[in-house]
Design a protein around this ligand. Structure first.
Ligand code: R5P
Length: 294
C-alpha cells in the first residue's frame, strides 16, 4: 500500500558525490573534539571570521562595589554593549540592568565569596549550572588563585564548573586571579594558564606580560583572552591589546580601560580595530581620537 504523502515526491538525487562532507567547527584552538552545543556557544563568543573576541567586562562590582565607571550600568555600559562580541557580568547585573534587546553572548561570573574589603580569592561556586542555563549563559567564568592561599579550593571550583558545563555544553572560562602576592611574569602566567586548561577550562583569561607572552599562549592548549587591568592612558592600553593579539591571544576581555576611558565608546571601537582588523596601536589610537572628537 502506498501512503498518500509518499506518492509524487521528487526522487532525491543531489548527493554531491564528488564533494567531501563539510567538517565545520569553530576552528578555535583545542576545540575540535567538543560537542555541537559547546562549539555553538564558543562560536557566538569568538567572531567566526577572525576567531577572536572583544569581551566587555563589567563584573568588577562583585568584589569592588560601585567601581568608577560602573556606578550606573544602565547609563554607562548598556550603550557600549552593541560594540562588544560578548559581555562579562554577574547574574545580579544581568537581571537588573542588561536589557533583553542587547542579545549578546554572556560570560557569566559564577565564582564568588569575598571582596577587596577582606581576603580576595576566597571563593566558592556562587552560581550553579541551573541558573547559568536559565540565563542562557554562553560561558561560565570561575576565578582560580594558582599559587595563592586558596589554590586548592579555587581549583575545585573550576573542576566543578567544568564538570557541569561539559554535561550541558557550556564552556568554562578559567580566570587567573589577581592577587597581591602573585607575580605577573611569563613563568607564573604560563604555569597558571596551563593548569587552568589542564583542569578543563575551554577558554582562559589572563594578563599580558612584556617578556615571553608568546610562550604563555603557546603553552596553553585553549584560547587565551587578555584582561586590561588597572586604567592606563588610552594609547598604552591599545598597545597592550595590540601586543597581546600580535603574540597570539584570541581576544581581549577589557573593563576599566574601556569604561574609565575619556570616551568609552571610542575606546571599545579602537579595541575592536586592534582585535578584528589587526590595527597597530598607533592607528587604533588615531582612530580613538577621531571618534572621540568627531
Ligand atoms: C575583575 O574583577 C574581573 O574579572 C574583570 O572582568 C577583569 O579583571 C577584566 O577587567 P579589567 O580589564 O578591568 O581588568
Amino acid at each position: 500500500m502506498i501512503m498518500a504523502d509518499a506518492s509524487g515526491n521528487i526522487e532525491p538525487a543531489q548527493f554531491g558525490l564528488d564533494k567531501p562532507a563539510s567538517q565545520s567547527a569553530t576552528g578555535l584552538k583545542g576545540s575540535a573534539h567538543y560537542d555541537w552545543g559547546m562549539q555553538d556557544r564558543l562560536a557566538r563568543i569568538f567572531d567566526p571570521k577572525t576567531r577572536r573576541t572583544v569581551m566587555l567586562a563589567f563584573d568588577h562590582g562583585y568584589i569592588m562595589g560601585p567601581t568608577s565607571g560602573l556606578e550606573r550600568i544602565d547609563l554607562s555600559i548598556v550603550p557600549l554593549i552593541e560594540h562588544a562580541d560578548c559581555i562579562m557580568c554577574t547574574r545580579g547585573v544581568l537581571r537588573s540592568c542588561v536589557p533583553l534587546r542587547c542579545n549578546k553572548p554572556v560570560a557569566l561570573r559564577c565564582s564568588a565569596g569575598s571582596t577587596v574589603l577582606t581576603e580576595l580569592n576566597d571563593e566558592c561556586i556562587g552560581v550553579g549550572i541551573e541558573d547559568a542555563l536559565r540565563l542562557n549563559a554562553s560561558m561560565m567564568a570561575v576565578m582560580v588563585g594558582i599559587g595563592g592561599p586558596h589554590e586548592a579550593q579555587t581549583i575545585r571550583n573550576l573542576c566543578q564548573m567544568v564538570e557541569s558545563g561539559n554535561r550541558y555544553g557550556v564552556p568554562t572560562l578559567g580566570v587567573t586571579a589577581v592577587g597581591r602576592e602573585l607575580t605577573r611574569d611569563a613563568r607564573y602566567l604560563g604555569f597558571a594558564t596551563r593548569v587552568l586548561a589542564e583542569n578543563g577550562a575551554q577558554v582562559v583569561k589572563t594578563y599580558y606580560c612584556d617578556d615571553g607572552f608568546d610562550t604563555v599562549v603557546a603553552g596553553c592548549p585553549v584560547p587565551i583572552v587578555v584582561a586590561g587591568g588597572k586604567k592606563l592612558p588610552e594609547r598604552e592600553a591599545l598597545e597592550l591589546a595590540y601586543r597581546a593579539i600580535d603574540q597570539g591571544a584570541s581576544g581581549i576581555d577589557m573593563g576599566r580601560n574601556i569604561f574609565q576611558a575619556e570616551s568609552p565608546r571610542a575606546m571599545i571601537q579602537a579595541v575592536r580595530a586592534v582585535v578584528h582588523d589587526n590595527a597597530r596601536a598607533e592607528s587604533a589610537f588615531e582612530y580613538y581620537r577621531d571618534e572621540m572628537n568627531g
